[in-house]
Design a protein around this ligand. Sequence first.
Ligand code: FE
Length: 174
Amino acid sequence: MPVNYKSIWMLILISVWVSACGQQAVTKVNNKIVTEAAMDTTEIKKSDDEWRSLLSPVQFNILREKGTERPYTGEYDNFFNEGIYYCAACGSELFTSGTKYNSGCGWPAFYEPSVNKNILEKKDISHGMVRIEVMCARCGGHLGHVFNDGPKPTGLRYCINSGSLRFEPGKSKE
Ligand code: FE
């Protein structure tokens, strides 16, 4: 059977083109470049037992039981290295070091999320207060609360538990 080299070359070119397109998917959100992985907000649902097997007791208490770490004790409270903060439960990109500031409140504080649609905000009337709870949009994990006493340019303070975050060093997008 004769080998059709022209067809083989066409197939190779098409597969290279398809794989290159798949790997280069980059989008701009709020003028920041985000990767396709950072934008994957496919909802993740797991049972409490499954989360318990994946998270440390502290992470489980914060993310799944809406716990709060004691002020000034969290790993990222007094921490200002350059990099990106991901959800400790599902790995969704949440904040960047470029928007982190020292609020003095005892928890990591950011003036805006990295990708707005990766965060959910919901009214919280627990503990006799009216607050806005901040959650991971992908896994529903509790992160902390957002207040309107933050710095410019947003005036917001995302007060986030260190235990709900996983930091990776690198170049911040801000
Ligand atoms: Fe998450």
